[in-house]
Ligand binder design. Structure first.
Ligand SMILES: Cc1ncc(COP(=O)(O)O)c(C=O)c1O
Length: 380
């Protein structure tokens, strides 16, 4: 396979030192991200304080994320984590008699389940939609979501095995039943195309550290324009106000659009990093990235099987994103052993996740799998 991103790869010099295949957890650092973070440090060192300049960069990061998912910037709130985004949305919903059910899935990242379970104190009743072999069959949404469901909260892509759901079809089912559709896109944003309008998503959350090529500490929350102004989050702060700089302690007014979901001072240096990182993705094009990663996925699955490894990811490319999960048992031991050999991969319970981004070559995936196969054969 011809490697299409040789020039772009030069922006990630760490790849000359090691093979980083951990985008499901932390992507590789790039020169533009490092420079953007230095820009914040320089501004702080030079000017002492540049509140307006720093806030402008937060707005720029919002606009960049908005373009990535086909939203408008006023439909994006900046928060610190996906957990916080989900809590903010959960706190804005009411769980009344007749509409009190929260449907979420067993394949979600645990923090999503925790946030919804916390709503039980406020009258919410959580229904976990079961996973079958770490996948949720589409018909389960027909079965479990009903006319009492307030919100259906689903992952776009599973953190465990890269299983990818058909969001458009799920959103259509849950909307028919009168439920909101909340999507955790932390494992897809930056590597799988997302069009919130076409998919008809009400809420979508994604952090910056994984396929978005940034750092932890910042997350984006999309709230559909028509939905935002109906809601008043109880998780709030001065940045959720109409004018945060009015300093009126007795006035709880809610800003227009998604900004009402913001809380305190935004993570500024993180926004510098996130904006630079998303700009890289926009230049390369998520459509190209997705197509390329599907080819790497095919290679990863075929090669892992050839080497006698047991694959935990779906084999059908229609329902799989970048992450190829391989059963190893006690995966953290293999993560460490792989690191000692120069491969950064990510462990979750009993699987090692090989999660390339566009800057990885096919050969890197093959050699990483060869190395893992040797370690598994030798019994750690
Ligand atoms: C799909 C998914 N959602 C949420 C999280 C956790 O996000 P945060 O730490 O920003 O709350 C992770 C972390 O791995 C994840 O993979």
């Amino acid at each position: 396979m011809i490697f299409p991103f040789a020039k772009e790869r030069e922006q990630f010099p760490i790849l000359n030192e090691m093979t980083q295949l951990s985008s499901c957890s932390q992507s590789a650092i790039s020169i533009p991200v490092k420079e953007a973070m230095n820009e914040y440090m320089d501004s702080w060192s030079r000017e002492g304080m540049d509140w307006m300049g720093w806030m402008e960069r937060v707005e720029r990061a919002k606009a960049s994320f908005a373009s990535l998912i086909n939203a408008s910037p006023d439909e994006i709130a900046v928060l610190s984590s996906v957990s916080e985004c989900t809590s903010s949305v959960a706190s804005a919903l009411t769980y009344s008699k007749g509409r009190h059910k929260i449907c979420t899935t067993e394949i979600d990242f645990p923090c999503i389940g925790h946030v919804w379970l916390a709503q039980q104190e406020r009258g919410g009743e959580v229904q976990f939609i079961p996973g079958e072999d770490h996948k949720v069959p589409l018909e389960y949404y027909e079965k479990y979501v009903d006319e009492q469901t307030v919100v259906t909260s689903i992952p776009h892509v599973s953190y465990y095995n890269g299983f990818k759901q058909d969001i458009k079809k799920i959103a259509s089912i849950v909307h028919r039943k009168g439920s909101y559709c909340f999507v955790d896109a932390y494992q897809s944003a930056g590597s799988v195309q997302i069009d919130v309008k076409d998919m008809d998503i009400d809420f979508l959350a994604a952090g910056s550290q994984k396929y978005l090529l940034g750092i932890p500490g910042i997350a984006f929350l999309y709230v559909k324009k028509e939905v935002a102004n109906e809601l008043k989050p109880m998780v709030t702060g001065w940045f959720g106000r109409v004018n945060p700089f009015a300093f009126d302690i007795k006035l709880l007014d809610y800003a227009d659009g998604a900004r009402r979901f913001e809380t305190g001072t935004p993570p500024m240096i993180n926004a510098y990093a996130a904006d630079a990182a998303i700009q890289t993705l926009l230049k390369v094009g998520v459509d190209h990235i997705e197509t390329y990663l599907q080819k790497l996925s095919q290679t990863a699955i075929a090669h892992a099987k050839e080497r006698g490894l047991i694959v935990a990811s779906p084999e059908n490319m229609e329902e799989k994103a970048s992450n190829t999960a391989i059963f190893t048992g006690e995966a953290s031991i293999y993560e460490r052993k792989m690191k000692e050999r120069g491969f950064i991969v990510s462990a979750r319970n009993d699987v090692i996740r090989i999660a390339p981004h566009f800057y990885n070559t096919e050969n890197e995936v093959i050699v990483a799998i060869d190395t893992l196969a040797e370690l598994v054969r030798d019994g750690k």
